[in-house]
Structure formats: structure tokens, C-alpha cells
Ligand binder design. Structure first.
Ligand SMILES: Cc1cc2nc3c(=O)[nH]c(=O)nc-3n(C[C@H](O)[C@H](O)[C@H](O)COP(=O)(O)O)c2cc1C
Ligand code: SF4
Length: 517
């Protein structure tokens, strides 16, 4: 009996595209031919336009077959058994040579598409575990210093220097401390956190374990949104595997770190760190006033290190290769890489991990191939539902926190949603206000009441009612939201609204002069 090993991703996005049916059909086709098929279900490479992407190794090189469906199983197996390299209409050659993959600088996603998510053997064979190994040889203060020197900034949105947060938690005096991973991932068009959790969960566990050793925490939580059931299941399986291997629980050196998954109930505001802590404590997810900051009084009032999935996932690489290697990538004060998530109306949508610095034009038009509809790109919303709409005239802006902030925009979690010229940004501004009204936790007046009034004011502008007075009122309202809100939900809703008004006044039925504050 001949034998064949194939690789097929099992991330939820690929399963939604029919990967399980492809797997079943391949098994049936192999059995019919008397072929012993080993089908390894890996993570996804994030090249979504090619999924389900089936791979076969030929002379040490992975070759791909793109957009494989169950109906292709017979012809694919015939081709694979007949030739060395796959000769099939869906064959696309060596996967590593795909321009959109070759151009990337994958650090966090270095194992994407290569390994089976919960396999410790695969993880270690592809470089996993080295960060923790090195961290164990250093003092806690030296680990914190390494994170500080790397220049890593939080990837959840605010881009606060990670090392400073670590130092604050480490120096806090308390009998118990916590490490909490914010995996609520509520931003539109974002999926990188989910890809880590479903595809390389041991990386997140390793990052959290290093953090726990450094700051002196014995308990950790991963707060995952309820819409991510596969991430929850994979994380739980990975935690069990890590416990069995002695990475979690009480380890050989006598250090204890327990990790648990907590599932959110589905509210955007539960991604805000203090609302998330309330939710983990079993309360309703409303925002806490700061100070005190969570680093000093967080979960159950104890010092707590809160980070996004991508922040923790960057840590093993920083420890393994040294802060200087990470620091060498990027531009300005934006060091290292950011996994950009390219979504919306774009031809080659997916995950692009790049060092900070390339332009939006390179990302959207060169790598992303422009719109999927074939119509001209009009704008991209960068950084989630509270991010600004960036017009084509700003597509030469480098992807860097400060460069975006200087243009009243933000990178946030790296989500980029592309819109073509058929999208009306007046309607999108209305949607931003309606989103804020829907998701407001209700604690402060500008956001709770202002967002509802904002929808009404935009409606009046769109219906040409008393335009001049209503434009002035909208700017005034945005100013109140920006400066008077307790958290960034209300505080940033003006970004998509005012950027739409500034760059696309015609979509509100206004001239550029009429749209001015
Ligand atoms: C309304 C709102 C929603 C947020 N949602 C998320 C989220 O889903 N995931 C996340 O990591 N951070 C989110 N944040 C940012 C967190 O409050 C916090 O800054 C972050 O988790 C800290 O991690 P970092 O240092 O790794 O960025 C949100 C903030 C606000 C105001
Ligand atoms: S800005 Fe909105 S979400 Fe934030 S605290 Fe105020 S009411 Fe709650």
C-alpha cells in the first residue's frame, strides 16, 4: 500500500469554506485507491483567497493546491500519485514563493500553516519553547528589561509600552497577582487573535507563562469572545497539553502558574480592559474609572498585567532572539511587526504580518490587489469601528502609530477594511454613531446620550434639514464625545464620523466649506 502525507488547515475560517468536506472526500478517495493517507490538519497561513489550501511536501518543499473543494478530491489524488510535484489545474507551486507570503516578515505567525495547533512536538520542532527556556535563565527583572528594550507596544489598540506595564506589575507589592489576556477581538475586520488561538495556542500560553514568571503572577485568564467557540476549544486542549508537559501548573522548579479560559457574553465594551475585568469577576461589563490602573489594582483589586493576544504572542520571539532583533524591525517608535488584517472589499484578503513602515498603498493595492469588485478603492477604515476612514490621498502614509496619529487616525489592532467607490461614507458615519449607541456601557452621559443624538443629527444632515446648524451641532457633539467620555468607545467614535465628513463631504450632500467645523 502506498502512503501519502498531506496538509490541510482547520481554522474556523477554512472549515467554513468547506475544509472538513475536503478532508472526508480525500480519505474516501485514498481508501478507494488503497492509499494510506495521513492528513495533517494544520493552522491556516492566512492567505484566505487560496483557502482551502491543500499542501504536499515534495523534496522538502511545500507545494500548494488552491481553493480545493470536495469534488476535486479524486483528481487531486490522481495527480499527486502520478507526479512528484502536483500537476493539477489547482496547483500553484511552492507556497513559500507566493508573493504575498514572501513579502511578509512573520514573527508571531512564523508557524502559520506549518504546524498542528495542539502538537507540542510540532511546536518545538518549529522553534517553539525557546523563549521560555531563555527566560528561565534570567532574573525576573532581566526579563522585564528585555521586553522594555524590544520596544514592544501593546497591540490591543492603545499602543502603550509593554515593558513599562510589566515593570509596574512586577514592582507592585501584593500576595497575589494576575496575568490576563484580552481575546475579545471585537474590531471589525480583525481576526489575528483568533488565528493565534486556533492556529498556534501554545505560543500564547508560552508568552503568558513568561509574563507570569516575570511579574510574579500565579494565575492567568484568557478572556475569549463567545463568537469564537473553536478558539475556546483549541485553547482548552492546548492548556491541557501544556499541563501534561509540565509547562503549566506547578513546574519542575516549583513555580506555579495556572491558566483558565473565560468566555465573554458578547459585548464590544467587554474588550475595554476594565469592563473585561468586571466581566471575569462575574459582573456586568461596565467600565471602571481610572485610576487606579489595572497594573496596580486590576482583577479582584490585585495587580494585573492585561495584554492583547498579539502582545503576549510577541514575547516568546523577543526572549528567544533577544530584544535587539525585535527592536531592529519597524520605524520610529513603532518597533517590531504588526499582523495587519486585510478585509472588506479586497481581492487578496488575509493576514499580512509586516514590520511597521510600509504604506497603506502597498498593503491595499500592491499586496491586496485592490478591490474584489474591481471598482476603484475609495477609502479604508483602519483600526476597527472607531478608526478613521483614510482617503486615497493619504494612502502614502507609513503604517506607524505616530504617522497615523498625526493625521487624526490610528492603527489600533491592525484591521484594515477596504471600501470601493460605491460605499457612501455619510451612511458609514451614521453607522459609527449607531454602533456607539448600541454598544455603550451606559456609564457616562456623552457616550450614552450623545451617540443617540449623533445618529439623529447625521440623519437631519443627510435629509438636508437646517444643514448649517446641524453640521455645527455634529462637530460640537464630537468634541464633547472626544473630551468628555470615560473610555475610548465614546472618546473615539468621532474618528470615523469626522474623517468621513472631512474627506467625503459630498457623501453628506455638503460642499467642503459646509462640512467645516
Ligand atoms: C471599547 C473598547 C474595546 C476594546 N476592545 C479590545 C479588544 O477586543 N481586545 C484588546 O486586546 N483590547 C481591546 N481594547 C483595549 C483594552 O482596553 C486594553 O488597552 C488592551 O487590552 C491592553 O492590551 P495591550 O497592552 O496588549 O494593548 C478595547 C478598548 C476599548 C475602549
Ligand atoms: S464612553 Fe461609553 S462605553 Fe465608555 S464608559 Fe462611557 S458610556 Fe461606557
Amino acid at each position: 500500500m502506498s502512503a501519502l502525507t498531506l496538509y490541510l488547515p482547520q481554522d474556523s475560517v477554512v472549515v467554513a469554506m468547506g475544509a472538513d468536506a475536503v478532508a472526508d472526500a480525500l480519505q474516501v478517495a485514498a481508501a478507494t485507491r488503497g492509499v494510506a493517507l495521513e492528513l495533517r490538519r494544520t493552522s491556516s497561513r492566512g492567505l484566505f483567497w487560496l483557502e482551502p489550501l491543500l499542501e504536499v511536501e515534495v523534496a522538502g518543499v511545500r507545494h500548494g493546491l488552491a481553493a480545493v473543494q470536495a469534488a476535486d478530491a479524486d483528481s487531486v489524488l490522481t495527480a499527486l500519485l502520478a507526479a512528484g510535484a502536483p500537476m493539477h489545474p489547482k496547483a500553484i507551486g511552492p507556497v513559500a514563493e507566493i508573493p504575498q507570503l514572501k513579502r511578509q516578515q512573520r514573527q508571531i505567525f512564523s508557524r502559520a500553516g506549518l504546524t498542528r495547533p495542539v502538537s507540542l512536538d510540532d511546536y518545538q520542532a518549529h522553534g517553539g519553547g525557546r523563549g521560555l527556556q531563555r527566560a528561565r535563565t534570567l532574573s525576573a527583572a532581566a526579563v522585564v528589561e528585555e521586553v522594555l528594550q524590544s520596544g514592544l507596544r501593546g497591540r490591543g489598540g492603545a499602543a502603550f509600552p509593554a515593558g513599562i506595564k510589566w515593570r509596574t506589575v512586577q514592582q507592585a507589592q501584593s500576595a497575589s497577582k494576575y496575568v490576563v489576556c484580552n481575546a475579545d477581538e471585537g474590531d471589525s475586520g480583525t481576526f489575528a487573535d483568533r488565528m493565534v488561538m486556533e492556529g498556534d495556542p501554545l505560543l500564547l500560553i508560552e508568552g503568558m507563562k513568561i509574563a507570569a514568571l516575570a511579574v510574579g503572577a500565579t494565575q492567568g485568564y484568557i478572556y475569549v469572545r463567545s463568537e469564537y467557540p473553536q478558539a475556546v476549544a483549541t485553547l482548552r486542549a492546548a492548556i491541557a497539553a501544556a499541563e501534561a508537559a509540565g509547562w503549566l501548573g506547578e513546574d519542575a522548579s516549583g513555580q506555579t502558574f495556572h491558566l483558565e479560559v473565560r468566555v465573554g457574553a458578547g459585548a464590544y465594551i467587554c474588550g475595554e480592559e476594565t469592563a473585561m475585568l468586571e466581566s471575569i469577576e462575574g459582573k456586568r461589563g461596565t467600565v471602571r474609572a481610572k485610576p487606579p490602573i489595572p497594573a496596580l489594582a486590576g482583577l479582584f483589586g490585585q495587580p494585573t498585567l492585561v495584554h492583547n493576544v498579539l502582545s503576549f504572542a510577541a514575547v516568546p520571539g523577543i526572549l528567544a532572539d533577544g530584544a535587539a532583533t525585535y527592536q531592529a524591525m519597524g520605524m520610529g517608535r513603532s518597533r517590531g511587526t504588526l499582523p495587519f488584517q486585510l478585509a472588506g472589499n479586497v481581492r487578496f484578503g488575509g493576514l499580512y504580518e509586516l514590520a511597521f513602515g510600509p504604506t497603506l498603498h502597498e498593503l491595499v493595492n500592491e499586496l491586496g490587489g485592490g478591490t474584489r469588485s474591481g471598482r476603484p478603492v475609495k477609502a479604508a477604515q483602519v483600526g476597527g469601528p472607531l478608526g478613521a476612514w483614510v482617503p486615497l490621498s493619504d494612502f502614502d502614509l507609513p503604517l506607524d502609530y505616530e504617522a497615523f496619529a498625526a493625521r487624526q487616525a490610528m492603527l489600533g489592532h491592525g484591521g484594515v477594511v477596504v471600501a470601493d467607490d460605491s460605499v457612501n461614507l455619510g451612511q458609514m458615519a451614521r453607522f459609527a454613531m449607531a454602533f456607539c449607541a448600541e454598544e455603550s456601557c451606559g456609564k457616562c452621559t456623552p457616550c450614552r446620550i450623545g451617540s443617540t443624538r449623533g445618529v439623529e443629527v447625521i440623519d437631519r444632515i443627510l435629509h438636508k434639514q437646517d444643514t448649517h446648524a446641524n453640521v455645527a451641532l455634529l462637530h460640537d457633539l464630537c468634541d464633547t464625545l472626544l473630551h468628555g467620555s470615560l473610555c475610548a468607545l465614546g472618546g473615539m467614535t468621532p474618528y470615523p464620523v469626522q474623517s468621513a465628513l472631512r474627506h467625503f463631504p459630498q457623501d453628506f450632500g455638503l460642499t467642503p466649506e459646509e462640512a467645516q467645523p
